[in-house]
Design a protein around this ligand. Structure first.
Ligand SMILES: N[C@@H](CCC(=O)N[C@@H](CS)C(=O)NCC(=O)O)C(=O)O
Length: 209
């Protein structure tokens, strides 16, 4: 049994999609990010962010935060779902590569858009931070566009946690960003990911269908 601390349309979406893909039993714990975090939340993640994945495995309570880490954990726990290549293979190394790439290049660019005040000590600098964020968003999607040729998924023929992770960022994409439809391979892959019944259940629950 899993618990997922989340907020709709947040970084928790990829973990939520993976839980649906796996068919695991889970409970969503809604967190109101506009309110101070509870002591219970901070004990699970000292940064007070979501997602947090809690796994009660036998007598052990396991807690993981950072969405890419939650995805890797779920992939390892449920090899039968085939969302994560086996350890020691080049495919697994490439899976880490693309997760780290998106965690390092794409996610911070969107966070710069949503939380610009965290990236400058000068209130007048906020529009500049958001302009830079849009440039970084474009640079990262261009790299993914190249990787998705021929695709159809980031690691090739089969969908993995990398594609579920990528989907989150497409939902955070903003009207002033270069439209995702203009990255043709990206658009094709995202459409295929969104068509999956498990992903649709996650999107419905997040008001992002
Ligand atoms: N790199 C983290 C980012 C987590 C994150 O920034 N979550 C946001 C919601 S999308 C959050 O909890 N924000 C509240 C805050 O920063 O106080 C991950 O992928 O889990």
């Amino acid at each position: 049994m899993y618990q997922l601390y989340q907020t709709t349309r947040s970084a928790a979406m990829s973990t939520h999609a993976a839980l649906e893909e796996i068919g695991a039993k889970y409970e969503l714990i809604a967190v109101d990010l506009s309110k101070p975090r509870t002591d219970e939340h901070l004990a699970l993640n000292p940064q007070g962010k979501v997602p947090i994945l809690v796994h009660d495995k036998g007598k052990e309570r396991r807690v993981i935060f950072q969405s890419a880490a939650c995805l890797l954990y779920l992939g390892d726990q449920h090899p039968e779902a085939k969302l994560l290549p086996p350890l020691g293979t080049i495919e697994r190394a490439h899976c880490h590569q693309w997760l780290f790439f998106m965690a390092e290049q794409l996610q911070p660019a969107y966070l710069m858009h949503f939380y610009p005040e965290r990236f400058t000590s000068d209130a007048n600098g906020i529009p500049g931070v958001q302009t830079k964020a849009a440039e970084l968003v474009d640079q990262a999607w261009r790299v993914l566009e190249g990787q998705l040729n021929p695709g159809p998924y980031l690691l090739g023929k089969a969908i993995t946690i990398c594609d579920l992770y990528m989907l989150t960022f497409s939902i955070w994409h903003q009207p002033h960003h270069r439209p995702l439809e203009s990255y043709q391979n990206v658009a094709r892959t995202l459409a295929a990911v969104r068509e999956r019944p498990a992903v649709q259940r996650m999107l419905d629950a997040n008001g992002a269908a």
